[in-house]
Design a protein around this ligand. Structure first.
Ligand SMILES: [Zn+2]
Length: 356
């Protein structure tokens, strides 16, 4: 473990570091090519590294880049874990899913190539689309047709008015729990399973099928205090709750209002629970805080505006992408260190839990 660890400068470099580290420990690698390319024409893929015995009865799946740009931190964790030797106890295999949303990672977006939030996309589309009346009311203010100073101020006023009527939690809920009617808006869940969802399902079904016990850690950034990694549970059922408590001690539940996250619809942890025929699945997300929530929200709105109403390769892109990167992947070695320390703590607890 070097004294100073840094996030990679871009997706391709992050991917290269991950693959090099995986090769160095003799991991089995699988590649899922994405049909599109990055902003410089670079190839995009989700890479999977499998470490441990092929027939190991317990599996720990660790996912980076569910939210594209948040993959800088997740990729760092996965790569440093491999570089640290990737030692796994007998009976355990670790499956690292690198950049499940490679398009968002490469383009510095939280969403994917369809402006879809993968963690709102894993719903049953045949059952009809969830309603979000609060978002409908705010849609025009959240992503306005222009993003000049004046518009930012006037639209901030609309959001503040909503907050004074419904509280800040009410605002966060309306904005971020997921919406299915505004394809160029923020936190859009899409209208069909996207490439990343289909790919994750394929990975889950093929890599976890032999497991009797499965742990899943999905790595996120952008909510909460700087560098603090909140552990978010995804199991309302009593046995799941019991395991989360036994393994990790403290954790939060969005459905109970104890988390920095809103209670979202269609996240990947719930979906994996359904796809994977493992008798016991324990899933958590780690959510590392960065900057304050207003800055995060403005960065997301600016990015949605850029891709809906301007040119993501044009002159306006620079400041928008800088703001987004700062909000989800701060270039600060101290932050990276806090991320890595928390990651090792959580993976150690999950490993102990799985083997107990
Ligand atoms: Zn996230």
């Amino acid at each position: 473990m070097p004294d100073e660890i840094r996030l990679a400068p871009d997706y391709t470099e992050a991917r290269g570091r991950f693959l090099d580290a995986a090769h160095a420990v003799g991991a089995r690698l699988e590649r899922y090519d994405h049909p599109l390319t990055g902003p410089a024409g670079e190839a995009l893929a989700t890479d999977v590294a499998f470490v441990g015995a092929p027939d190991a009865p317990t599996r720990l799946l660790i996912i980076s880049g569910t939210h594209g740009v948040e993959g800088f931190a997740g990729s760092l964790c996965q790569t440093e874990w491999l570089r640290a030797g990737a030692s796994v106890p007998d009976d355990l295999a670790v499956v690292l899913v690198h950049a499940i949303n490679p398009y968002g990672f490469a383009w510095i977006r939280r969403v994917n190539e369809d402006n879809v939030d993968l963690n709102r996309n894993c719903i049953d589309f045949r059952a009809g689309l969830p309603e979000n009346a609060g978002y409908d009311q705010l849609a025009d203010a959240l992503v306005p047709p222009s993003w000049d100073e004046e518009t930012q101020q006037s639209t901030a006023g609309v959001l503040l008015d909503f907050a004074s009527e419904h509280g800040f939690d009410g605002l966060q809920d309306a904005v971020s729990k997921g919406q299915y009617r505004h394809p160029t808006g923020v936190f859009y869940g899409g209208n069909r399973p996207v490439w990343s969802q289909r790919t994750l399902e394929q990975i889950g079904r093929s890599e976890l099928v032999a497991a009797s016990r499965t742990g899943i850690i999905d790595l996120h950034t952008g909510l909460g205090p700087f560098g603090v990694g909140e552990l978010i549970g995804s199991h309302p059922a009593p046995e799941g709750r019991q395991r989360l408590g036994d393994w990790f001690g403290e954790y939060t539940m969005p459905s109970e209002g104890t988390s920095v996250s809103a209670d979202v619809s269609g996240d990947v942890l719930d979906a994996l629970d359904e796809w994977v025929e493992s008798p016991e699945i324990t899933g958590v997300a780690i959510e590392w805080g960065t900057v304050d929530i207003i800055e995060v929200s403005n960065a997301l709105r600016g990015d949605a505006w850029l891709h809906a109403h301007a040119d993501p390769r044009g002159p306006e892109a620079g400041p928008v992408k800088d703001a987004l990167r700062a909000a989800f992947a701060p270039d600060d070695p101290q932050w990276a260190r806090m991320v890595w320390d928390r990651f090792t703590e959580v993976t150690a607890a999950a490993t102990d839990g799985l083997l107990s």
